[in-house]
Write a protein that binds this ligand. Structure first.
Ligand code: SAM
Length: 472
């Protein structure tokens, strides 16, 4: 029985409810009256239910899809402005005891090079990341209680935060590790992590069990209920995601929104972020084996619909996507992107020899961080290296209320400009510096509160003089 407030995975992600939702969507996908009513509701910025959003996903009327895209763009502008937050993944270890069919880290893959960073190697990796200009990382690891116990992850986080190289600093570490216990989530919280990210991979229980045939990840309920445990452990910024390509995207989309609704209903705060990864070619994995791949157009539609259905959530897109696809979905709602990513263990400090492949998947966007920053500026975005919110205690519903009260322009906007200024001073190429400074001059004028504007001006000036780390 479907129950959004239930703490049991199979009740808040009820299979029958998803099947009924898809049937309802099919029955209404050409019903202009219903579709218009749903779009009107989305315009109120209160989000859409999984049933309503699923109708829009099923709808194929070009004029309605255009309307959805236009609304997604407007909502993105209203709540996130033109800022795009930058981050990089850091792979700590690819030891893994699971048997995930789509992931090259799976236990039976004997020809992938197994690596686990030592603390000295982490210093090298983080120094290389700092030298590019990164301030925000997402740490990644396979699941292996012997090689990657929670103590190892905690030690890595502490090392990462301690490294201060030149003007560099990692100010926010997000964590993408396997589902764990409340006690371990509490330890992660105490270690000062930002968001805890865990992709559901697929909400379809039978497929989930087939795709994760062995290892602790096989347990659908334990995995699906992880965010509730994380929140019980005190982490109130959690990041959801589906690995698109594994199952039918319409099923996944409904499941994803039901998960968001569940978090909101039970904990009073929805997902801080939603990621939209698509399955990629990787060692020992052929994505053609998964016949549910989605086209770029469907991918864009999913991004737009996530934006209008969960208006306040951050949306993340990785270098799994090419420059062209990223360009297409940025205006539709994406708020965070990675840049210059390496998915191999130790890949930032040293180029990996070809016979030693430890990478998780092929990246499609191979540009340097400076190239990505330059490209964003030319497209009219503000690349932001801001990490202020969680450092100011604005997590969970406190972040959401900032968003809902439209205070972003007086807070996130100047923070983005100040952190971009730091990037320009310390790491940018000459050309990026020039266009970045022009952007900052223009954008300072858009800060509505005169007092905030004045302080931002002063801080930008102070950054040029060598001071760092200002925030609202
Ligand atoms: N091991 C952790 C877990 O089980 O959740 C998380 C770390 S894993 C490095 C991060 C994510 O990479 C996985 O959740 C999965 O969605 C994604 N991934 C795995 N194989 C992939 C592939 N072939 N292409 C794209 N993404 C993949």
């Amino acid at each position: 029985m479907y129950d959004v407030r239930s703490m049991k995975a199979e009740e808040f992600i009820d299979d029958q409810e998803i099947l009924d939702t898809l049937a309802y969507a099919d029955a209404n996908k050409d019903n202009v009256e219903v579709i218009d009513r749903i779009i009107e509701k989305a315009k109120e910025r209160k989000g859409l239910s999984h049933r309503e959003a699923s109708v829009l996903l099923a709808c194929e009327m070009p004029d309605k899809i255009e309307e959805i895209y236009a609304l997604a763009q407007q909502i993105k502008k209203d709540y996130y402005g033109n800022r795009i937050v930058m981050f990089a993944p850091l792979y700590l270890s690819n030891y893994c005891v699971n048997g995930c069919l789509y992931c090259p880290y799976h236990l039976k893959n004997k020809h992938i090079a197994r690596k686990k960073l030592t603390q000295e190697e982490i210093v090298k990796e983080v120094t290389a990341l700092q030298d590019m200009g990164h301030k925000r990382l997402a740490i990644e690891a396979g699941e292996d209680p012997v090689n990657n116990p929670i103590e190892y992850i905690l030690e890595c986080i502490s090392t990462i935060y301690s490294i201060k190289h030149k003007n560099g600093a990692i100010r926010r570490v997000n964590v993408n590790i396997a589902a764990t216990t409340v006690e371990n989530y509490r330890k992660l919280k105490d270690a000062g992590i930002g968001t805890y990210i865990l992709f559901q991979e697929t909400y379809h229980k039978k497929s989930y069990e087939r795709l994760h045939p062995t290892g602790p990840k096989h347990d659908y309920a334990y995995h699906t209920e992880a965010m509730d445990r994380a929140m019980e452990g005190g982490i109130d910024d959690v990041g959801l995601g589906v690995l698109f390509g594994l199952e039918m995207y319409r099923y996944e989309f409904a499941g994803l929104l039901m998960h968001a609704e569940h978090l909101e209903a039970v904990h009073g705060v929805g997902p801080h972020t939603i990621s939209v990864p698509r399955v990629k070619r990787a060692d020992d994995i052929d994505p053609d084996e998964f016949d549910n791949g989605i086209s770029d157009d469907i991918f864009a539609k999913l991004c737009a619909l996530i934006r209008i259905s969960v208006p306040y959530t951050g949306m993340i897109i990785s270098t799994r996507e090419s420059q062209a696809v990223r360009e297409k979905v940025l205006p539709l709602g994406v708020s965070q992107i990675s840049g210059a990513s390496r998915t191999s263990v130790g890949g930032y400090a040293e180029e990996e020899p070809e016979d030693e492949n430890s990478a998780q998947f092929d990246v499609s966007d191979r540009r340097s961080l400076d190239e990505v920053v330059n490209w964003l500026i030319k497209l009219g975005y503000i690349p932001s290296f801001c990490t202020a919110c969680y450092r100011e205690g604005r997590t969970g519903d406190r972040f959401m209320s900032l968003c809902k009260n439209m205070q972003i322009l007086n807070c996130c906007h100047p923070n983005a400009l100040m952190t971009l200024k730091e990037y320009l001073e310390d790491y940018a190429s000459e050309e990026t510096y020039k266009i970045g400074m022009e952007l900052i001059d223009r954008e300072l004028e858009n800060i509505p509160n005169p007092k905030v504007k004045q302080i931002a001006y002063e801080h930008i000036h102070d950054i040029a003089e060598g001071k760092r780390d200002f925030r609202f």
